[in-house]
Design a protein around this ligand. Structure first.
Ligand SMILES: NC(=O)c1ccc[n+]([C@@H]2O[C@H](COP(=O)([O-])OP(=O)(O)OC[C@H]3O[C@@H](n4cnc5c(N)ncnc54)[C@H](O)[C@@H]3O)[C@@H](O)[C@H]2O)c1
Length: 355
């Protein structure tokens, strides 16, 4: 490994849209540790006061501007001060986008357009980094070169509103910033997890957090589709490290990169690992959730080459750290989650899309 490229970030102003979210707050810490000056823009729509406090942010955070990415005045002011922009703001769950597509369009399409047009016109921004998602791969196109592995250049197969909105954001980034001759990188994180992650109502994803919290409450761990789905779980600190590198790595210019570990883990494996900490936890099969990709792990060759970096935390170690966090932070378990039953969970997964 060559020396870290962090010197380029010393004193640099990095705007993180969605900066008060799960990834945004971890990224803020990593950037500050690298000598950068992070600035957060967030409308605080995703979380209530307790999760925000646990993420180390909230209305009194001096680095935070409370505002919407569709508010052109605010976006222009913050982008004008920025050397780099990380676009993490999103209506960020599959279920949330399916049941409220209007908000998905407003945030993931119109909001992304607002940020991109401002960056395209800005003089100082050195690189724009988009947080897309591995959901763009869907089940994986049948003619993909390798089964069980998603490679950046393979045909994409987005299965839901969220994945489609992110794929649109990728194309819009290439198109607008390509025409403007601005530097950018597109990142496709796989399943990110770790301390600070608090599930959102109705979402079937974020299984490390969900299984741990349900097990801690003595509730069943529901495996939709038998937990056969494969995921690539990447620990929150590794994602933050990868994004920091993607801001300055010369070879990241214009690239699309998977961010994963390259290790496939089934959802059942996660439940079983969580049960090691909670031996009485009951693992139960449940119906398949519509539009839930079968998944695969990331082909990480390009990520490792371009960023000259590899993830440090294995999934077993990461789950152990998450369990420890929930045990020492019981108020992380939201009241709505405490009130759920297995039946109410299955019913909410099956909620029809709003018209
Ligand atoms: N967590 C994962 O596993 C994962 C995986 C792949 C991709 N991603 C992507 O990474 C990014 C960050 O994800 P996260 O897990 O931190 O999600 P998050 O929901 O915790 O953070 C997103 C933040 O965006 C903010 N936001 C939403 N709409 C906004 C708007 N109109 N204006 C300003 N702020 C707004 C929310 O309040 C929230 O704080 C998202 O774009 C997400 O799609 C996440």
């Amino acid at each position: 490994m060559t020396p870290s490229p962090h010197d380029d970030l010393t004193g640099a102003r990095v705007l993180i849209t969605g900066g008060a979210g799960f990834i945004g707050t971890v990224l803020r810490s990593a950037l500050a540790a690298a000598g950068a000056r992070p600035a957060l823009l967030d409308n605080l729509s995703a979380y209530g006061p307790t999760p925000l406090t646990l993420l180390g942010t909230g209305p009194s955070d001096p680095d935070l501007t409370i505002g919407d990415i569709n508010d052109q005045t605010v976006v222009e002011r913050l982008v004008a001060e920025a050397d780099y922009v990380v676009h993490a703001a999103a209506h960020s769950t599959v279920q949330g986008c399916t049941t409220d597509p209007a908000t998905a369009v407003r945030t993931n399409l119109a909001g992304t357009d607002s940020v991109l047009r401002t960056v395209a016109a800005a003089r100082h921004v050195r690189r724009f980094v988009l947080l897309s998602t591995a959901q763009v791969y869907g089940h994986g196109a049948p003619q993909a070169p390798r089964t069980g592995v998603f490679t950046e250049d393979q045909q994409l197969d987005p299965l839901n509103v969220y994945a489609n909105s992110k794929l649109w954001a990728e194309g819009h980034t290439r198109q607008l910033l390509g025409v403007a001759e601005k530097d950018f990188a597109i990142l496709r994180p796989f399943s990110v997890y770790g301390p600070g992650q608090v599930p959102k109502p109705g979402a079937a994803s974020w299984v490390v957090a969900q299984f741990t919290m349900y097990a801690a409450l003595g509730q069943q761990l529901l495996l939709n589709n038998g937990g056969r789905q494969l995921r690539d779980f990447i620990f929150r600190d590794d994602i933050a490290a990868a994004v920091v590198r993607a801001l300055t790595a010369p070879k990241a210019a214009g690239q699309t990169l998977n961010l994963g570990t390259g290790t496939p883990t089934s959802v059942r494996d996660v439940a079983e690992h969580v049960r090691r900490h909670f031996p009485s936890a009951d693992i139960v099969d449940a119906p398949q959730v519509a539009q839930d990709p079968l998944g695969a792990c990331a082909d990480t060759a390009r990520m490792r080459d371009v960023l000259n970096w590899s993830p440090a935390v294995s999934v077993g170690e990461g789950i152990d750290r998450y369990v420890q966090w929930v045990r020492t932070t019981p108020n992380a378990i939201p009241d709505w989650l405490r009130a759920e039953t297995s039946t109410s969970r299955i019913t909410s997964w099956g909620a029809p899309a709003a018209l």
